[in-house]
Design a protein around this ligand. Structure first.
Ligand SMILES: Cc1cc2nc3c(=O)[nH]c(=O)nc-3n(C[C@H](O)[C@H](O)[C@H](O)COP(=O)(O)OP(=O)(O)OC[C@H]3O[C@@H](n4cnc5c(N)ncnc54)[C@H](O)[C@@H]3O)c2cc1C
Length: 290
């Protein structure tokens, strides 16, 4: 049953500074409300436990996409539509654009934000694997200042993350160091659109002198958090690609992920699909010209 609207409070701070001051004055009392696409589902189903929200949607300070020689940075309110429209993202970060294009339908893409996707912390979310594979860093801001941390390591357990109650996720930045890499993104779901992933793989790789010089592998829906598969990455680095290496990578991945049975799929299906996707990525990487 829908939550009772008068039980909730939504207030709109005029500036980012005002929003941070409110978070600092009563830590834990106020939570951000960005596009609302996750929060409204909870409200409609009567499961929105928290009562007080800061409407950060009008804060244009959190909407900017900017780039330097080394990074592209995306404000936390960047929507999936913004992602798909940006020329630098389209040419250098195609996995993020593909994830955005496969997230929900057009209404969700216009309203859902990257910041909301990260903090909602679903292990089945579609952009976080791409962000992990691109070595994203995130900026957390409070009245005491900003800190940049690697996105890898931010999620510490199911819906657990390294963020204080007085902090807001303000920016996400991606190093521009994968221009010559091979990029591979596959979301496997029940349908082509409006489906939550059963398994999702985002990976980039580069081969030099016929050996794997760089490889980054990130999966959604195979663990309590979106997972960067660092053990499988280090098992692969320095190896020549071929049947034996791919078999070894499959085995390593089997030991690294912990998929579960749930309403969308089974653990054994997820394990099989995840290893198949990894093998497909490695086969395509093998034939990718440097
Ligand atoms: C029909 C439908 C289809 C969907 N399909 C997909 C899909 O295919 N793939 C997918 O990954 N997701 C999907 N989603 C989930 C959702 O759209 C995304 O997670 C979206 O990115 C959430 O962003 P938002 O701005 O709407 O978050 P909100 O709902 O506003 O917030 C989500 C959470 O993040 C917190 N938050 C938001 N912004 C910040 C910030 N800047 N700093 C700190 N905390 C913040 C909020 O307090 C809240 O806890 C779908 C949702 C719906 C309703």
């Amino acid at each position: 049953m829908r939550g009772n609207i008068p039980d909730y409070q939504l207030t709109t701070p005029a500036t980012l500074g005002d929003a941070l001051a409110m978070l600092a004055s009563e830590p834990g009392v106020w939570k951000p409300f960005a596009g609302g696409t996750d929060l409204m589902v909870l409200l409609e189903s009567g499961n929105l436990r928290h009562r007080n929200y800061l409407n950060i949607w009008p804060l244009n300070e959190l909407r900017e996409i900017a780039f330097t020689d080394n990074y592209i940075s995306l404000g936390a309110l960047t929507t999936y539509t913004d992602v798909q429209a940006h020329p630098v993202l389209r040419s250098e970060f195609p996995m993020l654009c593909q994830a955005a294009s496969e997230t929900g339908g057009l209404a969700i893409q216009n309203r859902g934000t990257l910041g909301g996707n990260i903090i909602n912390a679903s292990p089945a979310a579609d952009s976080p694997p791409a962000l992990l594979a691109y070595d994203a860093e995130i900026e957390l801001t409070s009245t005491s200042g900003s800190r940049w941390i690697p996105y890898h390591g931010f999620h510490t357990g199911y819906k657990q993350m390294q963020m204080r109650a007085d902090e807001l996720l303000t920016n996400i930045r991606l190093p521009r160091n994968t221009t010559n890499h091979f990029h591979y993104y596959r979301k496997v779901g029940t349908r082509k659109a409006q489906a939550i992933s059963k398994v999702c793989l985002a990976s980039v790789g580069a081969v030099t002198d016929q050996k794997i010089a760089d490889v980054r592998i990130a999966f959604g829906s195979v663990a309590p958090i979106v997972l960067r598969c660092v053990k499988t990455e280090s098992a692969l680095k320095g190896h020549a690609l071929g049947t034996d290496t791919i078999a070894m990578a499959r085995e390593s991945l089997r030991n690294e992920i912990t998929p579960i049975d749930d309403m969308r799929s089974t653990a054994s299906y997820r394990l099989q699909v995840a290893t198949n996707l990894l093998a497909d990525f490695l086969e395509k990487l093998q034939s990718h010209p440097v």
